[in-house]
Design a protein around this ligand. Structure first.
Ligand code: ATP
Length: 761
């Protein structure tokens, strides 16, 4: 029963075609298909599993719970420290770059430009080199891939140790090199990688192997840890622990359990404590240029804390602009990334390296050149605004930058944005202390330039996040609208900084389409609860406007990368399709419960399916399905050879069988291919032997009648996180009916305890 299926993700096309084809998969138009496996979240209650469970006592359960909490503690600490390390490195590289540039600038602008651009290109070069040569999966933000993982798709390479290292060092290069991207998305990926490594007890390949953590070595447990890792990443990136929990819940996970909420919350809290303590260590100049900046907290608590009715319309306008620009950003990055993926990056790593260096050079030319064309402005009154450093006490740079100004008491507003780290630039844009700190023309130039750079930069082969560029773009047009409103309602006490904040929220809402989590993150990072209703308003508007044009940024990117995400709702056409119509082949590849080794090998060689029904052929000629066996199990059995037997006879497995395998042996490491049939080498004699598959099958796979609507099957898949569902004819008999009363624990538990008194405490 061999089937030749191409190994690819098919796409349903009935929405576009009303043809009568039963299996309407569109193979020809799919722009990107990936080689990816699904994850197995199901508990495989085979004989080995049941024996393992029976051998576990109360102590085992207690230690399992303790390990769970210990592992999330480890994830929190490691993610917090990674974020701290990235921040210190980025701030220091930026500090060195600016001090070198401004020192040389006293002698020659051209030499200063050379120093500035060489510094940037060198850092970006190191980043792209790390990614292309060492950790290809570290490119981009990583959030679409993690979304895919938590939706049930295991993308190769995404959660490996080398990806973690590449992500950390690559982010330092790309963000420190001044590209129009941020480190927040990569930090989510970093947290997820750490979580996955903790879940599988380290990385055996890199000689870090904690056997005691292997209790989590299965897809189900690892999924929960990766969820904690994502929340930890956001918590570390923004110092927003509650935002981290909500981000995991709203944006990345597909399945959520109330028990998981506790652990995610705990991880985020640990990160917040670790980051805070590490920052405390840096207060007295221990960390070079790293001071209060870096970890995002753009405190606007002293600014506008009330708003008038007349402002609601302009604020809503900010939401509309955010929706339009966010959707435009998604569309442009999608076109460009897909062109890169399908054409440019296929030409090899050297093209990727040259491309990233050229983008870095272009960024340097624009960020150095445009402020040269801008007129300088007198500094704000030092007595009135003592906090403002204008120019910096050393006469070079500070939060108001004196760049190409004839008078030392002047600043260049465009350079104030460009010659600062992104965090400091945003702090300036959100600034509520003075009015008219930026001229409209400078903001417009910056908006056009930074928007274009952000579009061009995303998709280069470096780690890249979209939060901070989004905030920069949004706060720029927000501030522009703010300036307009200040002029319009001169009598009202309106702060441009408030509009900058709303602009940032609106752009992120229009691009990423998150609502609750973004709202909480914005409140946490700006420390101003008074603006909460306004942030909610602009987020809702921008999301609604953006949704009319395209899908959210991460969904679009996941689609472009060919990650087959199961969305939360089935498509309409599925109501009209039945389960049997969805099976690509009507000819099922299955095994006898006692199969010849040679037969198993030839079946595994002839197709790429990962699950096979196992049947028992009765003497009467009937067949009984006894379960489903995974390819990974078959490969382990073939490799170990310990279950080979000479005859095709079969004993009472429940009575006599003792598993020779630990359950963790069957688990595949995350993001790697695991065993392949090509790794199995058997002699002709071994090919003639038999294996009894019954102890290893999942005896209770999910089964649906062939005429069940595809909508119901979809919901089953999505809600339970299934990988395989067997489609069977209508059953001929019913042995019972289970209702909710049968599932209420107390009566059932009493009966169980009466039958098994040893289990009672
Ligand atoms: P996944 O790709 O999610 O890890 P899988 O690899 O087991 O699962 P595929 O081989 O990708 O499944 O499935 C491709 C098509 O092959 C599907 O339409 C499915 O109906 C069919 N298919 C899967 N397993 C079998 C099988 N054992 N016999 C016949 N058809 C199968």
């Amino acid at each position: 029963m061999d089937i030749e299926h191409p190994r690819r993700w098919p796409r349903w096309s009935p929405l576009r075609s009303s043809d009568s084809s039963v299996n309407a998969y569109d193979h020809n138009e799919e722009p990107n298909v990936i080689e990816a496996e699904s994850l197995d979240y199901e508990v495989i209650e085979n004989v080995a599993y049941r024996q393992d469970q029976a051998s576990r006592g109360k102590l085992h359960y207690a230690s399992y719970v303790a390990f769970k909490w210990l592992s999330v503690l480890l994830i929190g600490i490691a993610t917090g420290l990674s974020a701290f390390f990235i921040n210190i490195a980025v701030e220091n590289f930026s500090g060195w770059r600016f001090s070198a540039t401004f020192t040389v600038m006293k002698y020659s602008y051209f030499a200063a430009f050379l120093v500035y651009s060489l510094f940037n290109v060198a850092l970006v070069f190191s980043s792209v080199k790390i990614v292309t040569k060492f950790a290809p999966a570290a490119a981009g933000s990583g959030i679409p891939e993690i979304k895919g993982y938590l939706n049930g798709v295991d993308m190769p390479g995404v959660l490996l140790f080398r990806t973690l290292v590449g992500k950390i060092f690559g982010s330092i290069g790309s963000v420190g090199g001044g590209l129009a991207l941020g480190k927040e998305g990569p930090l989510v990926h970093t947290g997820a990688c750490i979580a996955s490594l903790v879940g599988q007890g380290g990385s055996a390949k890199h000689f870090v192997n904690w056997k005691w953590l292997e209790v989590f070595k299965n897809d189900r447990e690892r999924r929960d840890l990766v969820t904690c890792g994502c929340a930890a990443g956001v918590s570390a990136a923004f110092r927003a622990p509650v935002g981290g929990v909500l981000f995991a819940l709203e944006e990345v996970t597909s399945w959520w359990r109330s028990q998981l909420l506790w652990r995610v919350f705990f991880t985020s809290a640990v990160v917040a404590v670790v980051v805070r303590s590490a920052m405390g260590w840096c207060t007295h100049g221990n960390c070079g240029h790293f001071g209060s900046g870096g970890f995002i907290i753009w405190d606007v608590s002293g600014g506008q804390d009330d708003y008038s009715f007349y402002e609601l319309l302009p604020m809503a306008m900010v939401g509309v602009i955010g929706g339009l620009l966010g959707a435009l950003f998604n569309q442009l990055t999608l076109y460009l990334s897909s062109w890169r993926r399908n054409i440019l990056h296929k030409r090899g790593d050297s093209v990727k390296i040259v491309e990233a260096c050229l983008v870095s050079l272009l960024t340097s030319v624009l960020s150095f050149g445009l402020p040269l064309l801008t007129k300088c402005t007198p500094c704000p009154d030092a007595e009135k605004y003592p906090d403002i450093i204008c120019p910096h006490s050393e006469g070079t740079y500070g939060n108001y930058v004196n760049f190409h100004c004839s008078n030392p008491n002047e600043y260049n507003d465009l350079a104030t944005i460009f010659f600062n780290t992104q965090d400091d630039a945003i702090r300036n844009l959100f600034s509520t202390k003075t009015l008219h700190e930026y001229s409209a023309s400078s903001l417009l130039i910056f908006l056009g330039m930074f928007f274009s750079l952000a579009v061009i930069t995303f998709g280069t082969a470096v780690p890249a996040g979209q939060f901070v560029p989004g905030i920069m773009i949004g706060s720029t047009y927000g501030r522009l609208v703010g300036m307009f409103v200040v002029n319009l309602y001169k009598k009202l006490d309106i702060d441009e900084g408030t509009y900058a904040l709303l602009g940032a929220a609106s752009f992120l809402g229009g691009s990423m389409r998150m609502t609750v989590s973004l709202c909480v993150i914005m409140v946490e990072i700006t420390n101003n609860l008074n603006l909460l209703p306004l942030i909610m308003l602009v987020l809702l508007i921008s999301k609604a406007v953006g949704d009319t044009f395209n899908a959210g940024f991460y969904e679009e990117q996941a689609r472009m990368k060919g990650i087959p995400l199961l969305e939360s709702r089935p498509k309409y056409f599925m109501r009209k399709k039945q389960a049997r119509e969805a099976c690509q082949s009507q000819k099922v590849v299955c095994f006898n419960h006692i199969s010849k080794v040679g037969h198993i090998v030839s079946v595994l060689q002839s197709n790429n399916h990962h699950g096979f029904p196992v049947v028992n052929r009765l003497q009467s000629g009937e067949t009984v399905v006894i379960g489903l066996i995974l390819r990974s199990y078959l490969l382990v059995l073939l490799q170990s050879k310990s279950d080979f037997q000479t005859s095709d006879s079969h004993g009472d497995i429940r009575g006599h069988f003792t598993s020779r395998h630990r359950l963790t042996e069957f688990a595949k490491p995350a993001s790697s291919r695991g065993l392949s049939i090509h790794d199995i080498h058997l002699s002709p004699e071994e090919m003639e032997l038999y294996i009894d598959l019954e102890p290893f099958v999942n005896p209770s796979p999910y089964i649906v009648p062939e005429d069940m609507s595809l909508t119901k099957v979809y919901n089953l898949f999505r809600q339970l996180g299934l990988r395989h569902v067997l489609v069977v004819p209508r059953p001929s008999e019913v042995v019972g009916v289970i209702t909710r009363k049968d599932l209420l624990s107390e009566p059932a538990e009493d009966v169980y305890l009466d039958e098994h008194p040893a289990v009672r405490v």
